[in-house]
Design a protein around this ligand. Structure first.
Ligand code: GLV
Ligand code: MN
Ligand code: MN
Length: 411
């Protein structure tokens, strides 16, 4: 029976396209930063879909939402999920696919009149992206117990609004307690967000691990002065130090090689005027590696360079850790099951690490967890042009369905 059960591609695409209307950008893509007005609209719509399916809805104190489809037994659910917040220049699929595929899987079960042995749930977690509030993934982190609720509620965005205030504003500070919900199994379906599957013509990525992530914010304080009159030898240029750190981050990635990546994604410079030496820069560096020891080396190289360069230029520098996640490895049995189900469905697959961060890497601390990747055109993600073929989304959702059913019905 489970072999022939298939998701409905049209309905899945309908879910994804409707979700993509909340915070839609002119010309394509989505801006739906965590706890924004657009996030509230999207949350309300997803909750209405959960209600329409008759799911039991649980909203916790940090705004994570879980919809639960009853099983034959009252035991912890096998859970699917991801996030519906986006970066400011996001697409329709990052995170959203995992949540909409979850809704589609439950819709398919319901249509077929199937009540699995264990309950089946679909969740979306607050602020996976970290594009508004750092650290990223704090919703799943609080859910799992890796960060206290109080600390998370106090996190501020760049305008000084706290998570607690913003959750209240959109009506998603729920009543369900955090840190106590038991999950039997967690499966996150996601677009790859990289070029490997697309380039190699592979339909299913069997995700074995997620690389480590290190986010640092540097604040550099120099002296602003006249661009025409200040001799080069007398400058304390915060902008120059920021530029050097940016170039050095790239050099570190090249020098270390392998999976090492380095990105300066945010720079704000003051006074940001053509004829004034900059006196104040805030910048971020994102370093990632599959090997934690090598990632630590990259951090040390970068931090030492930043200190020394600031000293040479006579500026002050301070740094703040925004996020630090060690690499994780998913549950062998579930990883194997994803691979087996892909093979059974006649889909080619490849074992791979994830370059991006995901809620699954946090849930992994609570229960057997794995991820299913589908291709992503030209590897473009965190980009309004993000795109995955509907057939590939359907294939990924079908693997999600079969893995979830196997886990939900196992003895
Ligand atoms: C989340 O999308 C991340 O990997 O930065
Ligand atoms: Mn994502
Ligand atoms: Mn993302």
């Amino acid at each position: 029976m489970t072999q022939s059960l298939r998701v409905n591609k049209q309905r899945l695409m309908g879910f994804l396209n409707t979700l993509g209307t909340f915070g839609a950008l002119e010309g394509g893509g989505v801006c739906r930063l965590a706890l924004s007005a657009a996030d509230k609209q999207a949350r309300d719509w997803v909750v209405s879909q959960m209600q329409a399916l008759g799911l039991t809805i649980r909203i916790d104190q940090i705004g994570n939402v879980i919809g639960i489809y009853k099983g034959q037994e009252d035991v912890p659910p096998v859970m699917m999920g991801s996030h519906i917040d986006t970066v400011a220049t996001g697409g329709l699929y990052d995170g959203c696919f995992g949540v909409m595929a979850g809704l589609e899987v439950i819709s398919t079960l319901k249509d077929s009149g199937i009540t699995p042995k264990r309950p089946v749930a679909v969740a979306f977690f607050t602020d996976e992206e970290g594009a508004r509030f750092a650290p990223d993934m704090f919703g799943s982190l609080v859910f799992q117990g890796g960060l206290s609720l109080e600390e998370a509620l106090a996190i501020k965005d760049v305008d000084g609004f706290t998570v607690g205030e913003e959750l209240d504003k959109i009506g998603y500070k729920g009543n369900a307690p955090v840190g106590c919900f038991e999950v039997d199994t967690f499966l996150e379906a996601h677009i790859e967000q990289g070029p490997v599957l697309d380039k190699e013509g592979i339909k299913i990525g069997v995700v074995e691990s997620v690389q480590g992530i290190s986010w640092t914010e540097f604040t550099i304080e120099g002296v602003s002065n006249h661009a025409g009159t200040t001799p080069m030898s007398m400058r304390h240029d915060a902008g120059l130090v920021a530029a050097k750190i940016n170039v050095f981050a790239r050099e570190v990635a090249h020098k270390i090689g392998g999976s090492q990546v380095a990105t300066v994604g945010y720079i704000s410079c003051k006074p940001n005027l053509i004829n004034v030496v900059p006196n104040h820069v805030v910048m971020t560096v994102d370093l990632r590696n599959t090997d934690n020891d090598v990632l630590k080396q990259a951090e040390t190289l970068l931090f030492d360079y930043a200190e020394n360069t600031a000293k040479e230029e006579g500026v002050k520098i301070s740094r703040r850790k925004l996020a630090r996640f060690d690499p994780v490895y998913f549950h062998k049995e579930i990883v194997d099951l994803v691979e087996q189900e892909a093979e059974a469905a006649g889909l080619n697959s490849k074992r791979m690490p994830s370059g991006a961060g995901h809620d699954a890497q946090i849930l992994k601390e609570m229960c057997p967890t794995a991820m299913i990747f589908v291709p992503c055109k030209d590897g473009l993600s965190h980009n309004v042009k993000e795109f995955t073929e509907p057939d590939d989304l359907e294939a990924g959702a079908n693997i999600l369905l079969s893995v979830i059913l196997k886990r939900a019905n196992r003895p």
